[in-house]
Structures are given as structure tokens and as C-alpha cells.
Design a protein around this ligand. Sequence first.
Ligand code: SAH
Length: 504
Amino acid sequence: MIPTVYLVGAGPGDFELMTLKGKRCIQQADVLIYDRLASDAFLQLAKPGCRLIYAGKQAGNHAIPQEELNQLIAREALAGHRVVRLKGGDPYVFGRGGEEALCLRQYGVPFEVVPGVTSAIAGLCYAGIPITQRDYAASFHVITGHAKEGVEREPDWQLLARQEGTLVFLMGLGHLDQIAGGLLAAGKDPATPAAVISNASLYNQQVRTAPLGEIAREVTQNPVPSPAIIVVGQVVSLREQLSFFERRPLFGKTVGVTRGRGQNQQLLEQLESLGARGVSMPMISIVPQPAPELEGKLKHLGDYSWLVLTSQNAAQIFFERLFASGRDSRALGGVKICAIGAATAGELEKRGLTPDCVPPAFSSQGIWQVLGPMLTSQDRVLLPRGKKTVSRLAQRMGEICPVDEVILYETQPEKQANREGLALLAEGKLDYLTVSSPSILTSLWNQLENPGAVLSSTRLVTIGPVTTQAVLDAGLPQPLEAHVSTQEGMVQAILEDCKRQSQQ
Ligand code: SAH
């Protein structure tokens, strides 16, 4: 049987605006044929081994001609591959989805179309412009602004100018002059509100508004990049009240996130939901260590009165090893647990355990302050930790009772650092750079050509006093510091700084 080809709409830009169905199709695809997309995230959904074929235009290169592309899709399906053809917005809105579907039909290849959120509607929405509104517009018209002079038929300006509904032009940025001119010449009121929306739903969204009579001049004076939508109609005037996307507190800010690979996601999502562009640039990687001596300790876990977990990584790896040894959380039955902070406590809670103690200050100093007075010579502490973790805590506790340390992981500088992120940093294009440990700072320092200058001119945000001290020891200016030593604490510090700046 020939596998079904899915023509999938990716939505206007923001990855989260694609449909659940589209996502599932991509996850199951053997071949993914895609156009220029706003984000790599779509491609990252593909399973390992999925063939990615770029079909869009690239600077200097022509796109695969449509005829060839149609055949390519059919050929891949006929060869037994599950093909997804991924297109921006909705496949049937100026996306040539219909041509591709017709071709598949000719070849007898089954297909389904997964509609997408079209930029023609969502782009306006993200600019604060409802495409219809009672008393303003009772219809809307989506028009291609691409008609080449003399080659394709120009739109019927008379007809369009007479409409009271919202006029939406796609692919028209390069012809803004002719579009506005055409409407005006056909008698459209030059005072009609108009807007040009660039990169809608993305971190770099920009909107220009002006009356129709002035919009072309406005955009010439303050240009915006493509892709862009042109909107003409009374509904544009609602933007002032209804814009929400650009009003988010971190809109327009770019923030570098430097934790280990696989650990940045939560922080990135938080930043992005507040409007920032988050740039993932892992600077360290966590390399688990063999620790053969752990097995003996796991066997006698009941001999310990305290398990002290000084990092989320230590907690994760400790439980991996505990479970791999054939045991489960019950082995910790009588053992009290101290977690350094909220994230580490979260790891415990995931496994049905509530820590007995979490210090108010999320640091090893904080642990000492809380645990120190409680310990007696009768206690025995198990301290699984990272190789470079300062062992001052172990030493202090060791003066009171036996402390068994086990090194479970090592923090190494990331070997495949995100070059693009480092370039943004070097060019001064990051507004903030989060630094959540001294080892991240060291790794950053070593990866930059001119670290002192670069890091001095970027606003660093540290997770707490230990990292702040490392920043100061490196001769860098005072960073912002999280009040509470968590990822959210760093986000909070950035929010407060933005607020301060906007008040100045
Ligand atoms: N099928 C797509 C449209 C393809 S035509 C859809 O349904 O959205 C390409 C045009 O869409 C661009 O020239 C631009 O006018 C518009 N467009 C697509 N994404 C956009 C975005 N994020 N911001 C602004 N315009 C966008």
C-alpha cells in the first residue's frame, strides 16, 4: 500500500501555533519536505533518520521548481516512504498546496491535508488587529500582493476599494507602493487605517501603522523585513487597545541560556512566554561517573541518617543508580533527605519523596546553616555529588559525624557550543546572559576570543552569591543576581531590571 502523504500547515511562525495533528504527522514521517520555516523546532520533531529535504528559496539559490517538487513528493511516497510536506501557515492559502495535492491525485498517491493557522488571520491577531469586528468589518479579503506587472493580472482595485471588509495582502511588501496606490486611485479613502506586520508571532515581530495615504512612505522611512502582511481597514485602529504580543514584559529582549544540554528547556520556555527571544547555548555538559563504590553504599542505605543532595544532577543520577541496582525509593525508608533547593526537591517529589529539609538559601552554605546544628556524632551522611563541587560542606559535616562522599558526575565544558549563540554574545546582541554556576562562567570565558570585554558589556544574571563571586573574581562588573537561587529567580531578576529600565 502506498503510504498517505500529509500536506501539513506549520502555522504563521510561532512553533506552538502548529496543530497537534501536524505535529504527530511530522513525528511519524520518513521524509520531511519543508519550505523556509521560522524555527528549527519543527524539524527537531522529526524522528532520528527522517530525511529532511529543503524545498524553499535560499539567498542566491532558486527553489526546487514546483513541477519537480510535485514529482519528488509523489516519487518518495511511491517508494514506500511516509512523506510530510510542511508549509508555512495553511497549505491552501497561497501555498500551492492545491497543485501538490492534484499532482498526488494524478499519480494515485493518497494524501491528507492538515490545515494550518494562516498568517492572514493570525498575523493580524498577533498585531492586535481582529480581522472582523462588528461595526468595523463584516468580511475580509485575502489577496496576493505578488501579481507581477504585465505578467499576471492585477487585482481589481475598483472592486477592492469598494469593500468595507478588511483587506489583507500577502506577499505584497515589495509592492506596497503599487498596492496602496492602486487602492487610492480607485477611490479608497486615504484616511483608512493601514498596517504592515513583519515576522508576525515571532520574537522579532514589527508593526508599522499609518493611514493608507501614508503607509508606503512610513514603511520606506522605517523599513521592515519580509515576510510581511499588509492590512487595510478600520479594524487596524483597534490595535492600540488590543495588542498583547508586543506588550509582554520581555518582548524585544534576547536572553542567552547557558546551562547544560537538555537542561535549558524550562528556562527558555519561561523567558519565551514572557516575550523574550531565548537563545539556548549550553556551556557545560554533565558526564556521569562510574562510582563503583556506590553499590556497597546502596546496599547499606539504612545505615545512613541523612542523604544530602547538593544539586539536581546529583539527585537525578543518584536515583538512576538506585533504581538500576534493582532497588526503589523504599530503600531510603528511614533516611532523612536534605535537598539544596527547589529544583532538587522537585526531583525527589517526582519520585514520591518529600525532602525533610530544604534550606531557605539554596546553597551549600545554606545547607550547613540548617543541617549543622542538627547533626550529632551519631549521624552518618551520604553525600553524592559532582566532581568539582566544593567539598567545604563535607569537611564541616565530617567534623561532626562520618560523611561518605561519592562522585557521581563531572561537569565538563560543552564541546559543541552553539556558535550562533556565541556570535550573538560577541556582537553584543544579547540583552541578558544567565549564568547558573561558576563552571559555566569558566566555560564561557574559555570559548570567547575576548572574554573580558564581551562579558563586561553584557548584562550577566547569576543564580546566586557563589556565581556572583566568580563573576566578580573574574574582574567583571556586578551582575544581576536572583533573590531566590532558582531558574525562576533569574527570570524574576531580569523582569525587575527591565521594569527599572523602562521607568528610567
Ligand atoms: N500559506 C501561508 C502564506 C504563504 S504566502 C499562510 O497561510 O500563512 C507567504 C506570505 O505569507 C508572505 O509573503 C507574507 O505575506 C505572509 N506571511 C507568512 N508568515 C508570515 C509572518 N510570520 N509574518 C508576516 N507575514 C507572513
